[in-house]
Design a protein around this ligand. Sequence first.
Ligand code: HEM
Length: 154
Amino acid sequence: MLYSYLLPLHNILRWLVLAAALFAILRALAGWLGKKAWTRLDDSAGLWFTILLDVQVLVGLVLYFVASPLMQTALKNFGAAMQNADLRFFAVEHILVMLAGAAAAHVGRSLARKAADPAMKHRRAAMFFGAALLLILAAVPWPFSAVARPLIRF
Ligand code: HEM
């Protein structure tokens, strides 16, 4: 069944998204603080971060509207779901904060590409990708979060 593939995929893709975010941010910071040129690798780092994040958002949306039995329960009675911390987390908090993170990543990539000089490109990439990463980290259901999920699932 779709769910048994998509849930582990969504779990594991999270690590690729986080690694791509970290790589793009570290390059942007090094470029900004070290006054370096803006290279094709800097551009690809942002591209890969946004691509992986978009795929993760897509998988998340399929889980949300189609595959997740948890979300089927939540969507059947949204009002009642708000009384349950687990259901409310996925029905409202997780999706909204992740969409905000994806928006920050896309705006950052676009503004970085449009900036006139390399320093401004690196600075915009560092700030917007950094904000995106913080939002994503805050909305992941870590094992130590109030709504806890495993670090890896197959
Ligand atoms: C709009 C975007 C997103 C939507 C709609 C979404 C939706 C969901 C849903 C419905 C679940 C719960 C599935 C279930 O237990 O039945 C879930 C779990 C999860 N999501 Fe998302 N998600 C989104 C973005 C993200 C992003 C960007 C990340 C991290 C980079 C992420 C990481 C996770 C993790 C780690 C879990 C727990 C997986 C597990 O239990 O093994 N999600 N998401």
